[in-house]
Design a protein around this ligand. Structure first.
Ligand SMILES: Nc1ncnc2c1ncn2[C@@H]1O[C@H](COP(=O)(O)OP(=O)(O)O)[C@@H](O)[C@H]1O
Ligand SMILES: [Mg+2]
Length: 361
């Protein structure tokens, strides 16, 4: 069976590696020159919305999936009679627009931070009155790794915020004084079987994921997070892997956003779970039953952003994943995963690795 993957970045590469283990072929669509997934299958070099390229991918493949969220939904619906597309483009539609995403959470009774729609400069003042300070103003579309966001701590920053992001459709959110951030990754098969990975704790730096650790040993939060993912998966008649990001504040979960794809906060599942998120995504979209999402211990992941320091290649413990990308500030170039028998040991290992990697850079 041949899987067509829209996007050939590191997520496509990891899908490609998992596909090879499952004896599936992959073909990719990506406009970049030497994308990470080029080692894993043929890459059609074209823009994501190229109808001809999408038609070729559809003609060459049995199933289409995507590892990149900003594929125009209309470009997908133009080929969905030709080939099955999973996850359903309807899920992508909600994930691409922060307002539609929040309305979806509300319709499913998934709690979320208070927010307001911003259509004009005056709406910023209204949002400050309604939500209180600080607030974060975000572009409704195309944001990633904290891009397209402006944190407003003082009312006097309103003009600056409007100048920075006011040329796009916006929403404002209350700034959540969270205790920590988590994500829940779930998978749903065509037959409707759902499996959920244990809760993952995430730390972001400058809006970019820095570390992920799993499992979070908080049974009540885990089952609540799992139930939110389950209702999203079922409501969207979803097939494949979905990740939900949440804030934990005062013991409550507040949904931040979801990604209709495999997710950076699930990279630990390659070494740390019985079945990786990549294998499970492929199993689900191929009509097979998802594998076990149980953890193999206590896993931790450190993202390598901007450079892969030499020390990362000489670690006595930990698995380095080098995506083979050209170094650039702020770019995700690789990650390191550790798996230990206890959470204490995992935290110690991760801290040691972080220290040696930072020192050598
Ligand atoms: N309302 C908020 N309150 C507190 N922190 C936030 C809020 N929104 C975003 N952040 C911080 O910024 C990070 C990136 O924001 P997010 O909305 O997830 O956008 P992106 O699409 O860039 O991942 C979050 O993981 C969190 O650390
Ligand atoms: Mg996010």
């Amino acid at each position: 069976m041949r899987i067509g993957v829209i996007g050939a970045g590191q997520l496509g590469q990891m899908l490609g590696f998992a596909a090879a283990e499952l004896e599936l072929d992959c073909e990719f669509l990506d406009p970049s020159d030497s994308p990470p997934a080029a080692d894993c299958g043929h890459v059609i070099r074209a823009p994501f919305d190229s109808h001809t390229a999408l038609e070729t991918l559809a003609a060459n493949c049995d199933i289409i999936t995507y590892e990149f969220e900003n594929v125009p939904v209309e470009a997908l619906t133009a080929i969905d009679k030709q080939v099955p597309i999973y996850p359903p483009p309807e899920a992508l539609k909600h994930a691409q627009d922060r307002l539609a995403e929040k309305e979806l959470f509300e319709s499913l009774d998934i709690p979320l931070p208070r927010y307001a729609v911003i259509d004009s400069r005056d709406d910023i003042d209204k949002a400050i009155d309604a939500l209180g300070l600080p607030i974060v103003i975000k572009t409704r579309r195309f944001g990633y790794d904290g891009k397209g966001q402006f944190v407003l701590r003082e009312a006097s920053q309103a003009d600056e915020a409007w100048q920075a992001v006011g040329n796009s459709a916006l929403i404002a959110e209350q700034w959540v004084p969270f205790d920590f951030e988590v994500s829940v990754i779930g998978v749903r098969s065509k037959a409707g079987e759902v499996a959920v990975y244990p809760l993952t704790r995430n730390e972001h730096r400058n809006g970019i994921l820095h570390t992920s650790c799993a499992p979070v040993e908080a049974p009540a939060l885990s089952s609540l997070g799992g139930s939110y993912v389950q209702s999203l998966l079922e409501h969207l008649d979803y097939v494949g892997v979905l990740a939900l990001e949440l804030f934990v504040a005062d013991g409550r979960l507040l949904a931040n956003e979801f990604a209709p794809r495999v997710h950076n906060s699930g990279h630990w599942t390659i070494e740390g779970a019985e079945t990786s998120q990549f294998a499970n995504h492929l199993l689900a979209i191929c009509g097979r039953q998802p594998g076990s999402t149980a953890v193999r211990g206590h896993a931790g992941m450190l993202n390598l952003i901007g450079e892969i320091p030499p020390a990362a290649r000489r670690l006595p413990q930990g698995e380095l994943h080098d995506y083979g990308k050209t170094a650039r500030p702020g770019r995700k170039l690789g990650h390191i995963t550790v798996v230990a028998d206890t959470a204490v040991e995992r935290d110690r290992l991760l801290a040691d690795i972080e220290q040696s990697v930072t020192q050598s850079s």
